[in-house]
Design a protein around this ligand. Sequence first.
Ligand code: BGC
Length: 743
Amino acid sequence: MRKLICTPFFIALLAGSAHAQKKTIAQRVDSVIRLMTLDEKIGQMNQYNGDWEATGPITKDGDKQDQIRRGRLGSMLNVTGVEHTRQLQEIAMGSRLKIPLLFGQDIIHGYRTTFPIPLAEAASWDLDAIEGSAHVAARECAAAGVHWTFAPMVDIARDPRWGRVMEGAGEDPYLGSCIARARVLGFQGKKLGDTDAVMACAKHFAAYGAAIGGRDYNSVDMSLRTLWEVYLPPFKAAEEAGAATFMNSFNDLNGIPATGNAYLQRDVLKGKWKFRGFVVSDWGSVGEMINHGYARDNKEAALEAVTAGCDMDMESRSYIGNMAALVREGKVGIGLIDDAVRRILTKKFELGLFDDPFRFCNVQREQQQWNNPENLRIEQEMAKKSIVLLKNDNQLLPLSRQTRTIALIGPLVKSVRENLGFWSYDWADDSARIVSTWDGIQKKLGSGTHLLYAKGCGITDTSRAGFAEAIETAKQADVVILDIGEARDMTGEAKSRSNIHLPGVQEELVRAVCSTGKPVVVLIGAGRPLIFNYTAEHAGAILYTWWLGTKAGNAIADVLFGDYNPSGKLPISFPRTEGQIPVYYAHFSTGRPSKNDSDVNYVSAYTDLHNGPRYPFGYGLSYTHFEYSALRLSAATFRPGGKLTATVTLTNTGKFDGRETVQWYVRDLVGSVVRPVKELKGFEQVFLKAGESKDLSFTIDADKLRFYNDKLEYLYEPGEFRLFVGGDSQNVKEIPFTLIAGR
Ligand code: BGC
């Protein structure tokens, strides 16, 4: 009897008929599960990589194709394009139960249109723009057959030696949570199943960003209080925003690999947070538990991972090879398998794949999204907002369009692919479509300006042979623009570095060019906070341009010549030297705090360094100047259940219209556990015309004062607090307030 109903005809009927439409997704999933053999169920929990062939991203691997045919594969990554995804989906449609494949891809900051790297976008603090950027990425890749992006990465990162700092939103749990939410909403659009939406994947669960020493894949050892207070909030925000999937991580957390960590996946994510989506492992991380010394072999690794709540095995082949035996031996209950399969199939139903497996394979839509001008326009806007002005002595910027001669010097001036950064895709026509700094500036200026060029040196070279030409070129110019920084593969996965100074001899090039006495504007293109002390002290102006994507050069030119007044604010502190890492603004108060930047005597400080970072969290200048005044409160005290309103007057006292990100921080002065010296609790972006003033308000209630005590209770404690407001985490106005016990 069972055999009889398991025909492809029946399942097709079940999945797609009008009768089936009336059933809930849960009922439809259950009816499919009832038809599945154990091997087919385990197949759904198995994910393989597609192979990038010379002709495109498709697997030609006969074994993989055969496994699709036999229902032994539920998902693939790195297969894109309507043609290729269709070919493989057709094979899946030839399998016994016709369960559609799920195609996943790392769409980290764009697909065809490359957006600024996520850390750069975070510098915009513009949640609508960030959501919009994720949505364009979703629209483009969904049109190319992709159902699922392995993004956003929501790992808090406080160590710029860690190469993956580029993929996240920086050091702060509050900003990180806001951005996590924006990205999930952007990727997933109005609802899964729409053809401009893909499933998001909050990764890497959890605490991967705290890898010891910033060394990728390294262990993480942290208190549960720090985990809950700093590292988990962005994941919680992603979950609340409806993230369809989570990815676990390579690191161990306090001795338990995240992939086999039942506390994280079962107790917290699926238990306390009631997450209904599914968890995918990181690449090979199930099998890597053997290297961790946590599992004896692949079989034990599969047992640990599935028990801990990892539903899909990416590329370890631990599940496909061992799970059936584990079930037969009674080590893994069928309930566990059914739960994982139910979660995966539910998403396939929600995406509409059971109704139409080729739903995302539409040639016309793919063509419409290819070089779509609207997507490129949105990218350029995002790029402008991501640039951070770090220094602008004597209002060197913006430059006048009437400048007679400008020297463009440095290894990044004419670079094209470097602008894309890590986690970006190469297309054959990239050199024609990506805008370099040179191209962007040339296009902006008319023939009245003479542009000169010298490379000076390579990115990582040690040769100074080009310095003489650079100096000569600088001497002929009215102003010099130096474009320096990192190569795109210097920051990213597996790109941890112990030395994060400007690479090669680039800072010597800055010194050589500055020696000409010409005004020097430095652009720094990089994926992480770099160290550039000479430049910070001697250049006239500095713009941090990160890796800005397809239209980088246009965005840079807009900012240089004042068509866009820079508004970016650093989402991560910039250290003065590697020995200062980790340096972050929300550190605890010690018993011996330093009084100021140069107080190093028997206080918690390095005796050979200024105490603060080179540039603090939240920092970023504008061509105009914003003044904060008249900070006041609606009352000096309040009780739980009540609230206080703080108001500050913001005035644009400069000559340019501009946008400011007003940042509100709180300090809990005395707690049952030591509290950070400042914590970001809110921010608002406001555009003011030159000379304009505006009152801005912020509401404080007891919930905003919650923290985790030593029993991991999330509570507030009555007492005295300080409220700060300013344009960065250091330069603030402050006012005290009190939370009184009782209602
Ligand atoms: C990375 C993940 C990524 C996966 C698939 C892993 O190496 O850690 O972030 O999603 O590969 O490409």
